[in-house]
Design a protein around this ligand. Structure first.
Ligand SMILES: [Zn+2]
Length: 254
């Protein structure tokens, strides 16, 4: 029943869509990593973006005014990773909160002697299990090859449905779990050793913090800097291509 209702609601949303073609061209033209999508993929991306905007609720925080271009840009970037997984990969939550810039969150940490420390953290994005995704528009605008805060936070969302955050997400049913986990373990060990030695790395050293961050940061790079990921981590690239059911290195002329 729920499945039928969702399908009907989606058909209706697509039928009633008033997405302005000029706005679509303007927004997607500013996202170079979309280059090389096939006509069928472009079509699906547009449909997904329309449905995403219909099903999710975006709110501007700290006075940030959400324009149609901001909303569409976030929807398009969020829908790229699930283009071949389906919109239901983002089921179970609705809220997206957008701040004009980085936002402060209060953290609490208990040290080894049991003392609780409180401190403020400045974040560009955050994803809550079962809850909202929080994003900084300033950081979305800083998106570049290898850096994409929207893909990062939505990769966390995909992870949350597939296991806990101190390990790598579970592979999909069509994948074998042994090569998937082996590729992550090898790449993560190697990456953390490089960060410890202070070496220059392809992706942000922040990715060494925990497996969830390594997965999210590599997902950003997979979609926006795929050829570099493929040449440095060929096994992991192949596994990510199976996971996302996409092969971005073959479509982007970097
Ligand atoms: Zn993260």
């Amino acid at each position: 029943m729920l499945g039928f209702f969702r399908t009907w609601r989606r058909k209706r949303a697509l039928r009633r869509s008033t997405l302005d073609p000029a706005l679509w061209r303007q927004v997607t033209g500013g996202l170079p990593f979309l280059q090389g999508l096939t006509p069928a993929e472009w079509h699906r991306l547009r449909d997904f973006a329309v449905l995403f905007l219909d099903e999710k609720e975006m709110h501007g925080a700290r006075g940030f005014v959400l324009t149609d271009a901001v909303r569409l840009s976030i929807a398009v970037q969020a829908c790229l990773p699930i283009l071949n997984l389906g919109l239901d990969a983002y089921q179970g939550w609705v809220g997206i909160v957008i701040y004009p810039g980085e936002f402060k969150v209060r953290r609490e940490e208990t040290d080894a002697s049991g003392v609780v420390h409180e401190y403020d953290d400045e974040l560009s994005g955050e994803a809550w299990p079962g809850g909202p995704v929080i994003l900084s528009w300033q950081d979305i605008k800083l998106g570049a090859a290898g850096y994409n805060v929207v893909i990062h936070e939505f990769a966390h969302k995909l992870h949350m449905g597939r296991g806990d955050m101190d390990d790598f997400p579970a592979p999909h049913a069509h994948m074998q779990s042994e090569p998937w986990l082996a590729a992550w373990d090898t790449a993560y060990d190697e990456f953390c050793a490089q960060v410890d030695r202070g070496m220059d790395t392809l992706i942000d050293p922040y990715a060494s913090e925990q497996p969830a961050e390594f997965f999210a940061v590599l997902s950003e790079a997979f979609f926006t800097l795929p050829q570099a990921v493929r040449s440095i981590y060929p096994e992991l690239y192949a596994q990510l291509a199976l996971f996302y059911r996409q092969d971005p290195a073959t479509r982007i002329n970097a």
